[in-house]
Design a protein around this ligand. Structure first.
Ligand code: NDP
Ligand code: MG
Ligand code: MG
Length: 331
């Protein structure tokens, strides 16, 4: 494993370069403010009439249309939702990409799956924080950063890695450390993580536990506390001290029960499901599914989103979080 810190970054990597950050959402807003506060020359590329335009202006950023920003920039950092990047690239970025420019992103999805095909004479780099935009900004303001990844898909100028590291440093990530990866590895593992474990796997695990208790006649509020609320407390310990630290912190009863019963829940069958999820990512099945979904204006996604908001665990959870002051009334 190759890990880079502040000391490994060439201070001149970004000297004289104009960086256009396309998008001002979760990552765009946080990264571009960190870049600007670190002394980089940053402009924001956006569509006119969108919500972000005024937000970026109010933050004191220089805001231009996608086309104008792309035209001016040496480094074009695309931080738009993954499903719209290819379209924006085709219409508003590609016409202005010049020899020796750098195309950057924080998720390799579009480049890895050939939805964006940059010309050979430009750098193609990725650097990404392992955390949401809010943390990217918060940790930077605290004088630190969150760990991240860095990858080079095309090195046209010979210093593509240093450009990527320079941007990662300006965002604070090399204070914590960035690991070198490839577009393929980052894209496939990121998708797998969010589908099988972090977002998909975790919500299914929690909900299955909640339903099991409620169906057996226990109070839903108690079921919610035991199967959902306490997840954070356990994950916080694992985040800091690993499984061993967690097993040490919980009671011997929880340790014995967890170690003996966990494998009865996450069985070989669950692992087979994970392998299928991974092969669908690797062979492009998921990419095709997601493209088809977006072609229908995300009709299924909207339906699933609505259904998920109506789950018993969500209704009970919202009520309980408000009663305990964990969630504001207007949230
Ligand atoms: P967001 O959804 O927060 O991006 C919102 C921005 O995109 C806004 O500025 C919005 O402008 C613009 N936008 C949305 N739809 C359109 C459209 N149809 N046309 C033009 N502009 C549009 O994105 P994220 O920050 O979540 O993700 C950006 C990238 O970072 C992705 O590649 C993602 O995978 C990656 N990433 C994200 C992480 C995260 O924590 N969110 C973590 C690591 C990587 P407007 O106001 O005009 O709508
Ligand atoms: Mg992701
Ligand atoms: Mg307990």
């Amino acid at each position: 494993m190759k890990m880079y810190y502040d000391k490994d970054v060439d201070n001149d990597a970004l000297a004289g370069k104009t960086i256009a950050v396309m998008g001002y959402g979760s990552q765009g807003r946080a990264q571009s403010r960190n870049l600007a506060d670190s002394g980089c020359n940053v402009i924001i590329g956006l569509r006119e009439g969108g919500k972000s335009w005024q937000i970026a202006k109010d933050d004191g950023m220089t805001v231009k249309t996608f086309d104008e920003a792309a035209k001016e920039a040496d480094i074009i950092h695309i931080l738009l939702p993954d499903e719209i990047q290819a379209d924006v690239y085709e219409k508003h970025i590609k016409p202005y990409v010049e020899t020796g420019n750098t195309l950057a992103c924080s998720h390799g999805y579009n480049v890895h799956f050939d939805l964006i095909e940059p010309p050979e004479d430009v750098n193609v780099i990725m650097y990404a924080p392992k955390g949401p935009g809010s943390m990217v900004r918060e940790t930077y303001l605290q004088g630190f950063g969150i760990p991240g990844l860095v990858a080079v898909e095309q090195d046209a100028t010979g210093d593509a890695l240093q450009i990527a590291l320079g941007m990662a440093k300006a965002c604070g990530f090399t204070k914590a450390g960035v690991i070198e990866t490839t577009f393929k590895e980052e894209t496939e593992t990121d998708l797998f993580g969010e589908q099988a474990v972090l977002c998909g796997g975790l919500t299914e695990l929690i909900n299955a536990g909640f339903q099991t208790l409620v169906e057996a006649g226990y109070q839903p509020e108690i079921a919610y506390f035991e199967t959902c609320h306490e997840v954070k407390l356990i994950v916080d310990i694992i985040y800091k001290k690993g499984f061993a630290g967690m097993w040490k912190d919980v009671s011997n009863t929880a340790e014995y029960g967890g170690l003996t019963k966990g494998p009865q829940v996450i069985t070989d069958e669950a692992k087979e499901g994970m392998k299928k999820v991974l092969s669908d990512i690797q062979d492009g099945t998921f990419k095709d599914d997601f493209a088809a979904e977006n072609a229908t204006d995300a009709a299924n996604l909207k339906e699933m989103r609505a259904a998920s908001q109506k789950l018993d665990i969500e209704i009970v959870g919202t009520r309980l979080r408000k009663a305990c002051g964990l969630q504001d009334d207007d949230e």
